[in-house]
Design a protein around this ligand. Structure first.
Ligand code: PLP
Length: 434
């Protein structure tokens, strides 16, 4: 039958009605009207061609729209610094600082005098105050950039002396030796994978030496018959010593006894320390450089420094992180296992009578992000059937757990307590047909 009230094509919802739908209106606010209208028109056309029913037009239009990326997720993996999840979650004060810095800011202006001022001086002052042993500090885009700048400005085409036990791959196929050589510097490898001695370094150091590089092998451990030379002995070689400590720990943390920190490394005599901002420091992606005033000034003045310059948003978040180091990273690292267990038990209770076959189980959380590979953090998780993994990952908000032996573990260590309710709602939103 054609025409008349029963023709489905006449029941295709009107464009203005669809655009007023709360879901599509919210999408318009983010993606813009043209994009949403195009999706609506395409869905209406499909209904007119009889490919979908008129009552499906709204959902088809919504499904065709890209989800705004990146999306916020809940990290229930038990990995505190998960590289695929953006490493450190910023603190509330860092987020506020980001928002404040998003418009025009005084990032390079002294409001009192009206004159140009040192860019990011608040972040630099915060870093200097956190590590008083550093005569000077500088900030670049990430840890790799800090190394590139040090290699370029301090070694040039001379040699960087480094132990074979410290030629590490950071992750995703990214190898430190390749990075260093790409600057034009030459690597002078000394020692072996498991053992390097002061004599090995001493034999290699000479007029062609740019500096000795000490790299913290942060994502693996060599155990057994091993020996490595500490910074204290390296500085006796009489050439500059650059220490890449990796994680950005500024002062020692008793929880992470094997993780080097900037203050201790400088006290041991390192001339320059490089580190990341978004690992254990819990701040934004950044590369921290701390040390000797003359060396840091050479880095700052090098033409490459401009190409590695950090954004005003990074500087704002970094300053806030340094002023208030009580970051989500620190909270997750130091969370009390007893308190975590109580949270998981409450979550289990509030899943209701059927409980989704959920169990409260002990779990092992890790630092991750290429840090503290030997450290296991006692934790607690909600254990669910494995089939929950995909719907939770693709839900709103996405909840990421870890599959272990056929069960999905939701470890609450890296979930802020105020998000427990969102985890509960996400679990209950998965059809419970088992
Ligand atoms: C993480 C890491 C880097 C790289 O730092 P990014 O901030 O990721 O660029 C370099 N060296 C070590 C030892 C690291 O752990």
């Amino acid at each position: 039958m054609r025409g008349g009230q029963t023709d489905p094509r006449r029941r295709v919802p009107r464009t203005d009605v669809l655009l007023a739908d709360p879901g599509l209106a919210a999408a318009t606010a983010v993606l813009g009207r043209d994009r949403v209208k195009a999706a609506v028109t395409a869905a209406q056309d499909r209904a007119r061609r009889g490919e979908i029913r008129p009552d499906e037009v709204r959902d088809v239009a919504v499904a065709a729209l890209p989800a705004p990326a990146p999306r916020a997720v809940l990290n229930a993996t038990g990995v505190v610094l998960h590289t695929n999840l953006g490493r450190a979650a910023l603190s509330r004060s860092a987020v506020d600082a980001l928002v404040a810095a998003a418009g025009h800011t005084d990032v390079e202006l002294d409001l009192a005098t009206g004159r140009r001022a040192r860019r990011g001086r608040d972040a630099l002052a915060g870093l200097a105050a956190a590590v008083p042993g550093a005569a000077a500090v500088h900030v670049v885009n990430n840890g790799a950039a800090a190394l590139v700048l040090a290699a370029t400005a301090l070694a040039g085409d001379r040699e960087i002396v480094v132990s074979r036990g410290e030629l590490v791959e950071i992750g995703d196929g990214f190898r430190l030796p390749d990075l260093l050589v790409s600057t034009g510097a030459r690597l002078r490898e000394v020692g072996t994978t498991n053992r390097t001695t002061v004599a090995d370094y001493a034999a290699a150091v000479g007029p062609r030496t740019g500096f000795v590089l000490k790299v913290h092998p942060s994502n693996f451990r060599v155990t057994g018959f091993t020996s490595a030379v500490g910074v204290r002995d390296l500085v006796r070689l009489g050439v500059p010593v650059v220490a890449d400590i990796g994680s950005g720990l500024l002062v020692p943390d008793p929880l992470l006894p094997d993780e080097p920190d900037a203050a201790s490394t400088l006290r041991a005599g390192a001339h320059l320390v490089t580190a990341s901002g978004d690992k254990l420091l819990g701040g934004p992606q950044a590369g921290l450089l701390l040390g000797d005033a003359e060396l840091v000034e050479r880095l700052r003045r090098h033409p490459l420094a401009r190409a590695l310059r950090v954004d005003k948003l990074t500087l704002a978040a970094l300053a806030a992180t340094l002023h208030r180091p009580d970051t989500p990273t620190r909270a997750a690292l130091h969370a009390d296992p007893g308190a975590l267990r109580e949270r998981v038990e409450r979550l289990r209770e509030r899943l209701g009578a059927d409980g989704r076959k959920a169990e409260v189980v002990p779990a092992v959380a890790v630092v991750g992000g290429g840090g503290a590979p030997g450290v296991e953090l006692e934790s607690w998780a909600l254990s669910l059937p494995e089939r929950y993994a995909a719907p939770l990952r693709t839900g709103e908000p996405p909840v990421l757990g870890r599959v272990v032996r056929g069960r999905l573990l939701l470890d609450l260590r890296c979930v802020p307590p105020e998000a427990d309710e969102a985890v509960r709602a996400a679990v209950l939103a998965v059809p419970g047909d088992d």
